[in-house]
Design a protein around this ligand. Sequence first.
Ligand code: GLA
Length: 653
Amino acid sequence: MREAGVNLVNLGIFSWSRLQPGPDEFDFEWLDRVMDLLNEGGIKVDLATATASPPPWLSHQHPEMLPVLADGVRLWPGARQHYCPSSPVYRDAARNLVERLSARYKDHPALVMWHVGNEYGCHVAACYCDVSARDFRAWLRDRYGSLEGLNRAWGTDFWSQRYSDWEEILPPRQAPTWPNPSQCLDFLRFSSDALLACYEVERAVLAKATPGVPITTNFMRFFKPLDYWKWAAHEDIVSDDVYQDPSEPEASSLDAAMAGDLMRSLGQGRPWILMEQTTSRVNWRPVNVPKSPGQMRLWSFQAVARGADGVLFFQWRQSRSGAEKFHSAMVPHGPIESWPTWREVVQVGSELGRLDALCGSRVPAEVAIVFDWESWWALEQPSKPSANVRALEQVQAYYAPLYRANITADFAHPEADLKAYKLVLVPNLYLVSDAAAAGLTAYVSGGGRLVMSYFSGIVDPADQIRLGGYPAPFAEMLGLRVEDFAPLAEAETVPVRFGGGQRATGRTWSELIRPAGAEVLARFDDGDLEAEPAVTRHEFGRGAAYYIGTTLDSIAMGALLEKAWTEAGVATVGDAPSGVEAVRRNGAAGSYLFLLNHRDAEVEVEVGPGVDALTGERIAAGRLRIADYGVAIIKEDSLPRQAASRGRGPDQP
Ligand code: GLA
């Protein structure tokens, strides 16, 4: 570990059955030994609470703590995460273990952080058993106060679903056809909260035992079942697990950048930790392609570039047994010396050791992408005009042009204060609260620039249609009304023509837009909606709002966003050849420019003067060579004015 530069170990994650071999039996001696050894080696510990996989004796004695699926099937133990989040048996047993663990190690010199559970919701994100049903009803009483309030919010007159007693209410179990969508949405909220309550049971114990020790649990990028905005508020440090697919390096790099930006944003801009990645292969894809030489290093620094202050691996030593024995690790099954990846592990460890001055620095962003779990959940429930409007695909359609232009974006909750941003992007915000609608409108009227896509502002938080003409809360700001939706068939496209004559293609969606003050930038160019508006722009108050009524092809989307960011005066981090990601971190120690070459070929990038943060060598202004999958981190001599973005003039997306 010392050779690899390891200074933090995430320890004991799945060790409950070793720590507590029976209900009244505890065995901490082996863990004492590991903690002491690490401490003697100068290595700190992020100690896990070990509660993600209950021991066999617990489910044997209390089979009622096992989770139940929507169709009534109860899951068996034998893998991991086999617990019902609402189970008092599970929560009490977890609390008991964490009390003992924290009492034993609270003063241990190696302890620097607590790792609660592990990847909450990864395998079991919701439980439909009777205990969960009872808990769900309590949650609903809290939310609605009265049965009348619940009946109104869920629209239960429809399909004769009116409840006359709380006991009649169930989780949305397998039913003849679509269950009530408002009920489903509340069950998703409840299920995220139920797991958060499990986390809270443990966090409360730890916070009391060790008030100064930070507490985290590892997230999983854009993980649908958990509302990470809510969760992150309960963490001292946000941490994330990222497993790129080396067989799709381009898509994986973009995804990982996006996840990094999300993690930073969840922590309100504070540094986060890359808690897990693999050195090479995973074991859980049908085919597990290895990372190419250099790619692990590249992706490690990509996380750092996007705000991570720590980089860890799952796992230290490759297992000899168990379900993950073919998952790679820092130490392989075979001899370590001849394994090329070990050399890369050692290199990354030593390079990270040279970046201490970077710790705590921030990643500036002038653009915010509005993202909301509740809207995601509501959007992707069945029985919509189109099942092909998928939240993450739409977010990516906005993110990709920024990423390629080296414009860093934050993610923002719809109700966040957006004043600091020059440009706000709103991909398909189907569900919107009154506060969010008011906030976004005030942002534009106050001088902000905003781009919004179709099927936004359609329902309220109860998933009830906002009446008065689509998109009711935004119609005035956008200067238009949508008369009706006209989703496109699976493989159908529609031509779109911009005012300047440029042609584009729309897919997934079209709609009949009636401008009421908005300027038409592009029109549909064929079909029933021929000559009707497809893309608009509306000056509203001191700002302006763009609206896109289809999914534009990536070139047109990029050009439209470029028009918007140019108008907003958004700066790029710098010009770099395609395939080279440029990100900047600023802090007390100065400004660091990260250049990440995702290409399998050497590139040259124009840079300003500075010092190579990894080698300490001076870098003169001019062209800098970066090897295939290479990384340059330049401590810049002075904070450069971020390169001005190039505009293309009006009507020329
Ligand atoms: C997750 C888990 C780890 C391990 C890895 C495998 O990140 O937290 O325990 O299963 O996946 O990739």
